[in-house]
Design a protein around this ligand. Sequence first.
Ligand SMILES: [Zn+2]
Ligand SMILES: [Zn+2]
Length: 174
Amino acid sequence: VPSTPLVVNAAELLRRPGSDRLVHLEVTPEELGIDDPRLVAGEPVVLDLRLEALTDGILVHGTVRARWAGVCRRCLTDVGGAAVADVEERYQLVLTDPDAFPLVDDQIDLRTVAGQLVLLEMPAAPLCREDCAGLCPICGVDRNTAICECTEAPSDSVWSVLEALRDPDEPAPG
Ligand SMILES: [Zn+2]
Ligand SMILES: [Zn+2]
């Protein structure tokens, strides 16, 4: 068994169904087996879990949280936050539940679930705020903080020409 705080010995719990144990862990992404550019370097991934002994295994529930950072997909300013994933997993001595994980040598291997769950909570295309106005595609100013003189004439004029062509009352161009 590898030496990592994420492999928890559950032998004691398994002897007393109905008992539980709280686990608070702060680990590196490497320890969780995850590698993602959105994870903030040097920030721990934090697990707060309750391990509950059942007659046939252990129920693990709680949260796993990690800090992420990136840039707004519209205006490119730095954004970041905390990703929090709910953990609700069952570990069984003899697998009868198709969604359960095996308890090997009475050990709960938390790496399997926690890493992937927290990655799923990180935004793939973050926004600094829901109504971010973005950058002007012509001059590049940040429209959240500045107003530019650019008009989006190119696309507008294409549409007005098409509208004119579609109008039966309008004389044919040329
Ligand atoms: Zn933005
Ligand atoms: Zn502009």
